[in-house]
Ligand binder design. Structure first.
Ligand SMILES: [Ca+2]
Length: 270
């Protein structure tokens, strides 16, 4: 019995050692939440694959009322587009002038809101025409944006998500995203899906799902292997872009400069 107990102890210590090594090799450490907490990992399956403009540096993706909209970034290449899902063809486009580096987009009450990265200025468009009809100021960086039907919900590259009143643009609530004791930062493109916030994490193959009430992580969706190896060359061509078609319960994902856009189905584990 003693020998057996010792064996169990050695095995347990070995597991702890392996976890420590895994933690030491992960980068960045603040995103190594899965090793520290009870995590729900969801799997996925590909439902459809559509063409995507491989010149589009995707920073925002939404699907509303049967239309796919995309916001693209980089100075001089930033834009807001309406895109044909089936062909990937750009149907309408409004360019964002230099020096603005456009980021996430969301549609609320017929208006599309688009963030910019470091310019502390967002743009407002008529969703039908993509004509610019206004702008708004905010503090900090702008990364991803979505909405819950009432508030604009904004990420800034940290682990914080801010809720803004869409009329006054005042911050009404801020949540810190945590998975157990671990902070989950570099939150990027966002999507509000059935009462949860889905977020891309910059340079990470995982989407994190978040409780908007308290910032607690509710699950992880690992999309490693979604894009064929070698399909993109640019180091910045990372997973970014989540759009939910609420009417048909479809979830779309793509990445910066990716040649494809995927409809995926999440297989939830609980
Ligand atoms: Ca989105």
């Amino acid at each position: 019995m003693i020998i057996k107990a010792r064996l169990v102890l050695i095995l347990a210590l070995s597991v702890v050692g392996l976890q420590c090594n895994a933690g030491a090799n992960s980068s960045p450490p603040s995103n190594n939440a899965s090793a520290n907490a009870v995590v729900v990992k969801h799997s996925y399956q590909i439902v459809n694959i559509y063409p995507h403009d491989s010149g589009a540096f995707t920073q925002g993706l939404i699907f509303v009322d049967g239309k796919l909209y995309e916001g693209t970034g980089q100075e001089g290449r930033s834009s807001l587009r309406e895109v044909d899902l089936q062909t990937g063809r750009v149907l309408k486009k409004t360019d964002v002038p230099e020096p603005f580096f456009a980021e996430g987009i969301t549609l609320l009450n017929g208006k599309i809101y688009q963030l910019t990265w470091k310019n502390k200025m967002g743009f407002i468009y008529n969703a039908q025409t993509l004509e610019k009809i206004g702008q708004f100021a905010y503090t900090g960086e702008g990364w991803g944006i979505t909405n819950d039907g009432r508030s604009l919900i904004i990420s800034d590259g940290s682990n914080r998500i801010k809720f803004l009143d869409p009329d006054s643009f005042r911050v009404t609530k801020t949540i810190a995203v945590t998975d157990g004791p671990a902070s989950v930062d570099q939150l990027n493109e966002l999507e509000y899906v059935n009462g949860e916030i889905y977020a891309n994490i910059w340079h990470d193959q995982r989407i994190v799902t978040i409780d908007p009430q308290n910032g607690r992580v509710t699950g992880w969706i690992d999309l490693t292997g979604l894009l064929q190896p070698g399909a993109v060359q640019d180091e910045e061509a990372v997973l970014n872009g989540i759009a939910y078609d609420q009417a048909n319960n479809r979830l779309f994902v793509t990445g910066k400069l990716w040649p494809q856009l995927f409809e995926i189905k999440i297989k939830r584990q609980s």
